[in-house]
Structure formats: structure tokens, C-alpha cells
Design a protein around this ligand. Structure first.
Ligand code: FAD
Ligand code: NAP
Length: 304
């Protein structure tokens, strides 16, 4: 029986593990991939205090390395369900069932699909959701980036290292991204914008994307423009299916909590991007993790 099982090894989960293990609790982290979560898909992180600039994979390893020293069990597993049996919580993976006094859900969020014709057909053949993973394959090409948030603008800037030209298409005439990123994009000679417009269809030949059909939402005018690749950053959906049966999610799947990260089920906490909240950042994820570990500790002291 564990004191705390943390599902997900992104910045939120790793911070919760660090704080819990330093409190001398028996802690396991269940992760389905490499530690670091979304940080592994991020080239340059410039807003994590203490580092002027650090790559996502490097920050991931810096957060991961101390965990074993403090006795955290890092386990591989895809969690498919969590059952609440009062004082015992069962965390179920494809291969095992783990028991714990508390559970911290730190499963993050995943990129949203654009859901247009051609997206599915050309995924990995010119359609990508990860500039860090795929950018280098598009050397010298003209690329389209969809979205107006931090991800779209930041990753468009990253893609200029490889591309001939990067065009950002946004459905409004004003970006959502933070001002500093906007200023950099506006000042970058390789970046152009298509405003008030949406992608209607992604077109290609037998092997890859060749063009994109674009509609101006104000005029209704449709045009087809050549692109060698399209990177989609239109927001995030919560990764919370494994706790859907617990009834702790809102209508969209985000998990509401109180300020101690406590969900509607006693002893089950949620932290990081999967939580219903305003600002999804590494700093807010690690803050959530520290608070939840402390709250779980007090829950255990009071109930066992
Ligand atoms: P995640 O990082 O998403 O980690 C969740 C983990 O849970 C993953 O490792 C996943 O594999 C695991 N998991 C999910 N489901 C299961 C399951 N069923 N079983 C087992 N494991 C599971 N923020 C910044 O502060 N600065 C930046 O520069 C920045 N750049 C970004 C760039 C991009 C392109 C994106 C998409 C985001 C960026 N962010 C940035 C946001 C930041 O990455 C997130 O806010 C942060 O990673 C959230 O941490 P998390 O631990 O909540 O979730
Ligand atoms: P986001 O902030 O939700 O932005 C999504 C963008 O896509 C918005 O501009 C939105 O348009 C647009 N969009 C949504 N659906 C669309 C559709 N169907 N068709 C066309 N456009 C669509 O998502 P994000 O940029 O991925 O960021 C997610 C979180 O990670 C945020 O909290 C962000 O701050 C954080 N993040 C931080 C950094 C950083 O700190 N450097 C970097 C990346 C991400 P509207 O603007 O019109 O709604």
C-alpha cells in the first residue's frame, strides 16, 4: 500500500513526488512515457525562474534526477482507471492494480485536433503538432502554423530556424499570445500572418502535404496556397478519461479542485494542466504539485 500514487511525471507530478518523498511518505509515480511531459516538446523555456534559458528536455531531467535519491518509485504504466474505495484507492493499469491511501492526478493536457479534411490523412506526412520533434524535417520549406496562442507563436519562431518562411494563420485579427512573443514574431523577417482566416482543407499528393485551402471568415473568400508542412496549435484538451467514472471532472473533462488541490473525492487530488484553472504553465504546475503533496500528507495524518 502506497501513501501517495501520482499519475503522470510532468512538472506537476515530479514536484508532488519530490515534496511527498521529502516528507518520508511511500510514493510511486506512474508514467506512460518519458519523464517531463509537455516539457519534452518544448525547445526553449525562458520563463522558469532561475534559468534565463533552458531546453525542455534538460529541465525535465533536472526535475527527474533527485526523485530516486529521495526514494520515489518511478513506475511505467498507462493508467486506465482509478477506483475510490474510501480509505483505499485502486490505480489500475493494463498490467497491474496498485493500492494507495491517496492519489494525485497529474496527467496534463494534449493538443487539440483541428478537425478539417486532410488532417488525419497527412498526419506525420506534413501535418505535425510538435515543432521540436519534426521541425528539422522541413528545412528550406514554406510552413503554415495554425493558432494565435503562446504555443503557435513560440513554435513558429522556433520553426524559422529551419523553414524558408513561416506563415501564422489566425481566426481573429489579434493574437492571444503573450506580448513578448508577439513582438518577436512581428519583428521576425521570416514570419508572415494571415488574419481572420481558417484552414478549410489540407491537400497533398500520395506522399505529403502540398497546399492548404484557406477561408477568410470576414469575406468568405477561399484560396489555396502552397505549403510544405502545417503545424497545428489550436489549444489543449484535458487528459482525464481514466478518472471519468469518479465524477470529478467538469463537462469538458477538466478537474475542479479547491485551493489545496483536493477534488470532489476525499484523498484524490489533481494538479497541473489537467486542473480547471486559468494559467497553464510550468511554474503553476510545480506550485500545484507542492500544495497537493502537503495536502495529501495532512489527509493521511488525519485519516490513518
Ligand atoms: P504534462 O506536462 O502534460 O505531463 C503530464 C504527464 O502525464 C505526461 O508525461 C503524460 O505522459 C502522463 N500521463 C498522461 N496520461 C497518463 C496515463 N493514463 N497514465 C500514465 N501517465 C499518463 N510552459 C511554460 O511555463 N513555459 C514554456 O515555455 C512553455 N512552452 C510550451 C510549449 C508548448 C508547445 C506547449 C504545448 C506547452 C508549453 N508550456 C510552457 C506549458 C507547459 O508545458 C505545461 O503547462 C506543463 O507541462 C504542464 O505540466 P503537467 O505536469 O500538468 O502536465
Ligand atoms: P491556447 O492558449 O488555448 O490558444 C489556442 C489558439 O488556437 C487560440 O489563439 C485560439 O483562437 C486558436 N484556436 C482554437 N481553436 C481553433 C480552431 N478550431 N481553429 C483555429 N484556431 C483555433 O493554447 P496554446 O497556445 O496551446 O497554450 C496552451 C497553454 O500552454 C496556455 O496556458 C499557454 O499559456 C501555455 N503555453 C505557455 C508558453 C510559454 O509560457 N512560453 C508556451 C506555450 C504554451 P482564439 O485566440 O480566437 O481563441
Amino acid at each position: 500500500m502506497y501513501d501517495i500514487i501520482i499519475i503522470g511525471s510532468g512538472p506537476a507530478g515530479m514536484t508532488a513526488a519530490l515534496y511527498a518523498a521529502r516528507g518520508n511518505l511511500k510514493v510511486a509515480v506512474l508514467e506512460q512515457g518519458a519523464p517531463g511531459g509537455q516539457m519534452n516538446n518544448t525547445s526553449d523555456i525562458e520563463n522558469y525562474p532561475g534559468y534565463e534559458l533552458i531546453s525542455g528536455p534538460e529541465l525535465s531531467m533536472k526535475m527527474y534526477e533527485p526523485l530516486e535519491k529521495f526514494g520515489v518509485e518511478n513506475l511505467y504504466g498507462i493508467v486506465t482507471a482509478v477506483e475510490d474505495h474510501g480509505s483505499v484507492k485502486k490505480v489500475i493499469t493494463d498490467d497491474d492494480i496498485y493500492e494507495s491511501k491517496t492519489v494525485i492526478v497529474a496527467t496534463g493536457a494534449k493538443h487539440r485536433l483541428l478537425t478539417v479534411a486532410g488532417e488525419d490523412t497527412y498526419t506525420s506526412r506534413g501535418v505535425s503538432y510538435c515543432a521540436v520533434c519534426d521541425g528539422a524535417f522541413f528545412r528550406g520549406q514554406d510552413l503554415l502554423v495554425v493558432g494565435g496562442g503562446d504555443s503557435a507563436v513560440e513554435e513558429a519562431l522556433f520553426l524559422t530556424r529551419f523553414a524558408n518562411k513561416v506563415t501564422i494563420i489566425h481566426r481573429r485579427d489579434e493574437l492571444r499570445a503573450q506580448k513578448l512573443l508577439q513582438e518577436r514574431a512581428f519583428a521576425n523577417d521570416k514570419i508572415e500572418f494571415i488574419w481572420d482566416s481558417v484552414v478549410k482543407e489540407i491537400k497533398g499528393n500520395d506522399t505529403k502535404v502540398t497546399s492548404v485551402s484557406i477561408e477568410n471568415v470576414k469575406t468568405g473568400q477561399v484560396s489555396t496556397q502552397p505549403f510544405g508542412g502545417i503545424f497545428i496549435y489550436v489549444g489543449l484538451d484535458p487528459v482525464s478519461a481514466m478518472v471519468a467514472d469518479l465524477g470529478i471532472t467538469d463537462a469538458e473533462g477538466w478537474i475542479p479542485t479547491d485551493e489545496k488541490m483536493q477534488t470532489q473525492k476525499a484523498g484524490i487530488f489533481a494538479i497541473g494542466d489537467v486542473r480547471q484553472k486559468d494559467l497553464r504553465q510550468i511554474t503553476t504546475a510545480v506550485g500545484d504539485g507542492a500544495v497537493a503533496a502537503q495536502a495529501a500528507y495532512h489527509y493521511i495524518v488525519n485519516n490513518f
